[in-house]
Structure formats: C-alpha cells, structure tokens
Design a protein around this ligand. Structure first.
Ligand SMILES: [Zn+2]
Length: 198
C-alpha cells in the first residue's frame, strides 16, 4: 500500500484521534485527570487502529458518547438536588398528621397533654415532616397548635399536634411571614387628628 493513499478507515481514525485530542486538552485544562486518562487511552487505541489499515478506530467516538450520556445523568442529578422538594407548610396540619388533642390553652402543653403528644409522635411522627425523633433535649415533641395561635381567629378552637424542633422553628418564620402579609393587606387605622388641627 502506498503511504499517500489513505483508505476511508484511515480518515475515520484520524478524525477520532483529533476529537480525542481536543477532549484531552479540555480535560487537562479543567483538571479532569480521570477524563484525561480515559482520553489518553482512547487516543493510544486510535493510533494503533490508524497504523493497522482495515481496523476502524472508534474508541474516541465511543468515549465521547459515553461521556455525553454520563453528563446528561449528572446534569439531571444536579438539577434534582438543586431543587429539593419544598417542605410542607407548617401553618396547617401536615401530611403526617394523624391524631391530635384539643388544646386547652394557647400556651405550653400540660404534663398529661405532653405525654399524649409524645405517644402520638412516637406512633406517627412529627405531623409536618414525619420524623419520630423530636430533636429536643427533653425528648418531648413540641405541642403544635393548629391553627397557629398567632393566626387563629378569636374564639377559634385549636388542636395540638406533635412537632419536631426543626419544624417548630420553621413555623416561627412562616407565622411571622403570614402575620406580616396580613398586616400589609389590613387597611391602616385612621390617624387621630393632632391638637393643632382643631
Ligand atoms: Zn418535623
């Protein structure tokens, strides 16, 4: 065979060596050493194939295809972890709400109420997130008033549900946001006239 007449296989092989080299440079620049090693292996294989006419070298193309597929999976995984499922609102009984007890006050649960809350919490978990670990030093579930006391209408009856410490803290922020939004929509009280306006 004459050295100047390339067979179609040789063109395909040279193309593959080229694409592998571009990717290798990219990987070296970005510090992707594992990727660079894969490319280096692919280039070596392709040079081998180019030296043997009749054996098509597609290793670099195969590596690129595999890597593209891996990138798609990685991108999808990143997108999924970047947007975690939103936590349910703590301003209403949550997805794990089962039993509750009538609240006798807007304050802290009584000893017997606390005991009952712990029983419910151990059985069905925090009513918002479902954890059976209350996260408190005492090991008690937090008695959560539903609707939250700050949002309950005057005279509205409330129920107590077991809450974990984390969800209880989250509720603090959500109640603050809700009351601020309520205040923003409530028309301002007319200002009493000043004495010098008489
Ligand atoms: Zn929770």
């Amino acid at each position: 065979m004459c050295p100047w007449c390339f067979s179609p296989d040789t063109y395909w092989d040279l193309f593959n060596v080229g694409t592998g080299a571009i990717s290798l440079t990219g990987n070296l620049i970005t510090g992707n050493w594992a990727g660079a090693l894969v490319d280096a292996g692919g280039i070596a294989t392709d040079f081998g194939a180019a030296a043997v006419p009749g054996v098509p070298g597609g290793a670099a193309a195969a590596i690129q295809t595999t890597r593209a597929a891996t990138n798609v999976v990685e991108a999808a995984t990143k997108a999924a972890s970047a947007a975690p499922a939103p936590k349910p609102s703590t301003l209403a009984p949550g997805p794990f709400a089962r039993e509750s007890i009538p609240a006798t006050s807007t304050g802290k649960a009584t000893a017997s109420e606390q005991q009952r809350l712990n029983e419910i919490g151990r059985a069905s978990g925090c009513h918002t997130c479902g954890t059976k670990a209350p996260g408190t030093k005492s090991g008690n579930f937090v008695g959560d008033h539903q609707p939250p006391s700050a949002l309950a209408k005057p005279g509205q009856t409330q129920q107590l549900y077991p809450h974990c410490l984390s969800c209880s803290r989250q509720q603090g922020g959500e109640v603050r946001q809700a009351t601020e939004a309520q205040r923003a929509t409530t028309p301002p009280i007319p200002r009493p006239p000043k004495l010098d306006e008489y």
